[in-house]
Design a protein around this ligand. Structure first.
Ligand code: AVJ
Length: 323
């Protein structure tokens, strides 16, 4: 954290999480091009907006991945050892993990997420519905090393990383995450991972520019958070949502575009925007099966199975840690 942000954080008696947000916002808005991390979309309101996105007719990933996990559950059950601990990196809605828990014979479930409150609520619901399952939530940032609970140390490990969350990482970060997951899960571990596929640009475009405008509200929510939590004065009507497909880099980019020349303030600093200037808020990388398999191989894993829906929209991969 720079001196300025540290002093302000202290003056406002911010908790650690808010001061990390403050630091990242000041740093990201100072860069050219300006950027904000997509991890800041997900406060309570943002998580609700994301849940709404998953139900939109244009947003195919969630329902397509659920279909693959449902249809291929028996094959997944054949691959994973009985009594293994399922370690989920990031914990959103429990719909996907329930499909695996219903169809496979897991001995324990370890959801790992930065938001402890959310995790504990999720764990309570699962314990109710799967009374024989050991549920051991871990509050941690899953992109950094963390220790697995002692109770699962002796069990075989299966990582679970659904939703194409991997797509939010730059390719070098995706490699780093896969290597770190390999270290955390240990020798002999397996991994089930959902990855969105490259496809017709129109379909990709529509998935991030829905007619109902939910994705636009989701994108703008990061400015709402800056106003609410950091005392910013962003005029929400003066920024507009833009999502484009960057074909060379195989990624959807979400931006917030300044509708006019304007200056806004946050934490005692001012930021001047030109008309049309962008804040890059998210990249969502799309892979081909071949490019993902190559990435996994180069990151300490051996792909053992790849499944897609009949439309070739989304992929789920089974990996085993290489020696
Ligand atoms: C949760 C990162 C997979 O990239 O599709 C949805 C987030 N952003 N609509 C995605 C998102 C805009 C989503 N991921």
């Amino acid at each position: 954290m720079n001196v300025h942000a540290a002093a302000l954080a202290k003056a406002h008696r911010f908790d650690d999480r808010t001061s990390a947000f403050a630091h990242d916002v000041l740093e990201g808005l100072s860069q050219q091009p300006r950027r904000l991390s997509p991890k800041y979309f997900y406060d309570v309101a943002g998580s609700e907006l994301f849940e709404q996105i998953t139900l939109l007719p244009e947003y195919y990933p969630t329902r397509t991945e659920l279909g693959i996990l449902r249809d291929r559950g028996a094959e997944i059950a054949n691959i994973v050892p009985a009594g293994a601990a399922l370690v989920e990196f990031g914990a959103g809605s429990t719909t996907k993990v329930r499909l695996l828990l219903d169809q496979c014979n897991f001995g324990a479930y370890v959801p790992v997420d930065i938001s402890g409150d959310f995790l504990n609520a999720q764990a309570r619901a699962l314990r109710c519905d799967f009374p024989a399952l050991g549920v051991y939530p871990v509050t941690a940032d899953f992109t950094a090393p963390f220790a697995l609970p002692a109770a699962v140390k002796a069990m075989p490990k299966v990582g679970f990383f659904p939703g194409s969350t991997l797509g939010n990482f730059e390719p070098f970060e995706a490699c780093g995450f896969l290597r770190s997951a390999r270290e955390i899960l240990g020798e002999g571990a397996q991994m089930i991972i959902g990855v969105d596929l490259e496809k017709d640009e129109r379909v990709l475009y529509d998935a991030y520019n829905d007619a109902a405008g939910v994705t636009a509200r989701f994108n703008l929510n990061v400015l709402v958070r800056i106003n609410q939590e950091l005392g910013g004065n962003f005029d929400l009507k003066a920024f507009t949502h833009r999502a484009i497909y960057n074909r060379e880099r195989h990624r959807i980019e979400m931006h917030l575009i300044s509708r006019k020349a304007q200056t806004m303030r946050v934490l005692g600093r001012s930021f001047s925007f030109r008309a049309g200037e962008s804040i890059h808020t998210e990249s969502s990388y799309k892979y081909s099966v071949g490019r993902f398999v190559a990435l996994a191989r180069g990151s300490g894993w051996k792909p053992t199975a790849s499944w897609t829906d009949t439309g070739g929209m989304f992929s789920v991969h089974a990996l085993v840690a290489s020696e």
